[in-house]
Design a protein around this ligand. Structure first.
Ligand code: CA
Ligand code: CA
Ligand code: CA
Ligand code: CA
Length: 440
């Protein structure tokens, strides 16, 4: 697919949202003037709100356009499109979308997949977080696990029921930073650091020392505590790199598998048979072992049949991009993986199963590719990579992102009054879905 038609499509989407938002704003202004004896300020707030809303709608529209019409050859196209759609002018108001990292302020939304989803973290992973102690790590794991048996130093319902204001652990994945703060021993200061309002931006009160709450070191750098490292928002799965529903190998026919992944009929038969007969089959099995090895685990080839060909890199890449294994289709999607294209190199410090030599090699290889890693087979170029390491990596990392957190700040031009909306948007299914909204 060439990039040109896709670009003009995105531009069209951007223009359409701006026109639509301006129209809404004009209607709001016209109808508000009649009632707005209560003052200029209320009207300015309305204008700023609708400008912020326009920013959110614009980001959502760009995400949908990039999902329906993806660029499979460049891992950064969607991110660049979102960044390019991070500011706009409406009638009497503007909006801007930005976020702060330790290295400064950047246009565009936060990629939730550039952080580690806390719901995927092991005890050893959790212990790498600043200020973490064994009792808090155990309590976080207890909050997430389905059982009611406390870990050695953990806490289950019995503990929370004994509090002055009792509540119960979710016993399922944590859904927000605010929920994480309910876990025994978790201090909001660990979670938020200086980003007290959790908007991902270094606000004036977060950079003035103790002149106003919260406490901060006024160094011009946002130290966002755990919220800079972990997320609760990212979602696994979603549409394939080519923008299609993934083929579920538990119910797919051999010819469908062959058509989507360019494997031979013999290879497709082994793939489908293996997933059908091996109830614990996972996608990384196709990375870890050859098709002949997988075939041997389910009884081997028919007598006299030729040995099945191993998947080449292109076929393996297509299989991992286009297919999935979901046994319970009613189950909620799993927490998201880390996007190896968009994460910061420092993030590997919090994934101890990826040692520093491998982390350095991953980053060097990524930097050498202008378009990032677009297929899992690309990861084979990383020095020291072998099938077992690649399979382990597949279970931790992803090449694309489903969820972005948008902080859109609307500003009334006349008064300077601002309204800010922070929202997480999920494009793992279409239409894209707004998962949470905070308005300030
Ligand atoms: Ca437990
Ligand atoms: Ca902030
Ligand atoms: Ca302060
Ligand atoms: Ca600071």
């Amino acid at each position: 697919m060439t990039t040109r038609p896709r670009r003009s499509f995105v531009t069209l989407v951007v223009l359409w949202v701006i026109v639509l938002s301006s129209a809404v704003l004009s209607i709001v202004q016209a109808s508000s003037f009649g009632q707005a004896t209560s003052g200029r300020e209320a009207l300015a707030r309305v204008r700023a709100y609708w400008a912020a809303r326009a920013g959110v709608e614009l980001q959502l529209a760009v995400m949908e356009a990039g999902t329906q019409n993806p660029d499979p050859d460049d891992a950064f196209t969607l991110i660049e499109d979102l960044d390019a759609a991070s500011a706009g002018d409406l009638d009497g108001a503007t909006f801007s979308i930005m976020h702060s990292l330790e290295t400064g302020d950047y246009d565009g939304p936060v990629d939730a997949h550039s952080k580690i989803n806390i719901n995927r973290m092991t005890f050893d992973d959790l212990m790498t977080l600043p200020f973490m102690t064994e009792d808090v790590a155990d309590a976080i794991l207890d909050w997430i696990d389905a059982d009611e048996d406390p870990n050695v130093l953990g806490a289950e319902a019995g503990y929370y029921q004994g509090l002055p204001f009792p509540y119960e652990p979710r016993n399922a994945p944590i859904q927000s930073y605010q929920e994480l703060e309910l876990v025994a021993g978790v201090d909001p200061w660990y979670v938020r650091g200086e980003d007290w309002n959790l908007n991902g931006i270094l606000d004036p009160s977060e950079n003035d020392g103790d002149a106003s709450p919260p406490h901060d070191n006024a160094d011009g750098i946002l130290d966002a505590g755990w919220s800079a490292i972990i997320t609760c928002d990212s979602i696994d799965g979603g549409l394939s790199a080519t923008g299609e529903e993934r083929l579920n190998l538990t119910e797919a026919g051999e010819s469908d598998v062959a058509a989507r992944t360019n494997v031979t009929a013999e290879q497709a038969k082994v793939i489908v048979d293996y997933v059908t007969l091996e109830s614990n089959a996972v996608m990384s099995d196709f990375v870890r072992r050859s098709l002949a090895q997988l075939q041997a685990t389910i009884g081997g080839a028919q007598p006299g049949a030729p040995r099945v060909q191993s998947l080449n890199d292109e076929q393996l890449g297509a299989l991992l991009n286009e297919c999935t294994i979901i046994r319970d289709t009613a189950a909620p999607p799993a927490p998201g993986k880390l996007n190896i294209n968009t994460c910061d190199s420092q993030i590997f410090e919090y994934l101890p199963s990826i040692d520093s030599a491998l982390a350095d090699n991953i980053m060097a290889e990524r930097d050498a590719r202008r378009q990032g890693f677009v297929s899992f087979a690309d990861l084979r170029s990383i020095p020291g990579m072998n099938n077992n390491r690649l399979a382990a990596l597949y279970d931790l990392v992803e090449l694309r992102s489903n969820v972005f957190v948008v902080t859109s700040r609307g500003r009334d031009t006349g008064t300077g009054i601002e309204v800010e909306i922070t929202t997480s948007i999920d494009r793992s299914t279409l239409p894209a879905r707004i998962m949470s909204v905070v308005i300030r």
